[in-house]
Design a protein around this ligand. Sequence first.
Ligand code: ATP
Ligand code: MG
Length: 561
Amino acid sequence: MTAVEAEAREAGRDFIRDIVQADIDAGRVVWPVTRFPPEPNGYLHIGHAKSIALNFGVAEEFGGRCHLRFDDTNPTKEEQEYIDAIEADLKWLGFDWGKHLYHASDYFDQLYHWAEHLIRHRLAYVDDQSPEEMRASRGTLTEPGRDSPFRERGVKENLDLFRRMKAGEFPNGARVLRAKIDMASPNMNLRDPALYRILHATHPRTGDKWCIYPTYDFAHGQSDAIEGITHSICTLEFEDHRPLYDWLIEHLPVPSRPRQYEFARLNLTYTVMSKRFLKNLVDEGRVAGWDDPRMPTISGLRRRGVPAAAIRNFAKSVGVARANSVVDVGMFEHAVRDELNRIAVRRMAVLRPLKLVIENYPEAQSEELDAVNHPDDPDAGTRKLPFGRELYIERDDFMEDPPKNFFRLAPGREVRLRYAYFVTCREAVKNAAGEVTELRCTYDPLTKGGDAPDGRKVRGTIHWVSVAHSVPAEVRLYNPLFSRPDPGAGGDLMADLNPDSLEVLTGCRLEPALIADNDGAAVQFERLGYFCRDSDSAPGKPVFNRTIGLRDSYARRAAGA
Ligand code: ATP
Ligand code: MG
């Protein structure tokens, strides 16, 4: 390990990394083997990114490896589309599982044999009770459960019934295989938990080979053991499952002894991170799909223009703790702005155009002005910005009757046009309805690209594009998907959806360079925010997404409230 690596690790210390270090120091492991175990029943979201960064991060920092394992034990909810999307999202995020791609379904044969092993050791039995009966006899947190009437079945009968379950003789729900642990345990997970269920369903990978499927609890730890996982890192809701995890590892002839560690899941204000709920949004058409730029999914964030590095940096900055908490979404936005400010080239665009005519600029004339691509990065170079007699400026950069602190354009007021000249507003032309439709101005040719030779100052600088050279575009502005910081706290998540989460602007105008660079990279529209081209763009019909504004809108909202 280099000094730099040592320092980085020290800085990124947390209780999981301390455990791994202690295991290495004590010789319990040579290097850590971790896994990221998504269930392919939806797309990955920003919460998963925390788990991904932790599992892959620990493996990389300690010279170990991280597996990608699909937890595909429920064929009724899982689809190939999700598997493909999860792999694509992981790669885009910058994580690499190399050749270590696995599926819980790879182990169905082994898991089945281990189930028979438990039966033979009188540690599992087939229960004929209905799901309702089983629920009723499970007890509560304060009352012990009652033993099933089938609990003392002999080994022979259990084996016979289990094999017939496997052979497809019984309908869904008719029987389950349960571990024989303790119906009076204070831990509900130890009250004879289900290990196998009957489910007549075609599996994306194993087809119709199986009509019984292992439960999460039976599949997960054993899959860890098969793969030689040393640190099985999961979220806190599995803490109560750990005694069962350990019980199964202890009672089965597994090839290794993984251990489970729990950390707090990521929660974000204004955000919901349940795959089930996100799927509802998609299925009910409340959003345009899993990759709708308002979604907290990795694919939604990508389409919105959030760089992978911003997600990685954010995951690092929230750290890893044992106590649940809610992170202010402003912290995520900060990471996004930080990265975009670094990488995004600057461009000019006008979202709500108002025409400005420079009366003393010659009719047929136009010129090209130099504009820098990135103020902090001279290597990013410059571009040519076409300028002419007719321009568009932002409608709200003009006020007919401005308050004292408004320094932009107003009748008789002089401002600087970014990279161009000083202009003075002479007249606001109005239509019959009294709306301003055009500004008549004059310019000072001596102020080109700089200050006035006579030393007079202007207080406002505004952006603009040329009428003749700019390109029309649609721009989509996004507001939070939820209208309250704690969606669902009132009991109904759907009711908390923000009706104004999407604002579509048409007739926006872009400087030509925005069409010329066709790489879909992040751009800053000066004074407006960070944007990226959306995949809905068609030739001649560009569509841009606003990734994020330049300033923290959540903080402003909170201050205004
Ligand atoms: P959801 O509740 O959104 O359906 P899940 O936990 O059921 O999520 P899995 O596919 O099982 O989804 O998750 C894969 C891994 O990601 C698990 O180890 C899980 O603990 C972790 N994970 C899921 N959500 C979060 C989160 N919000 N923060 C951190 N880790 C998470
Ligand atoms: Mg899960």
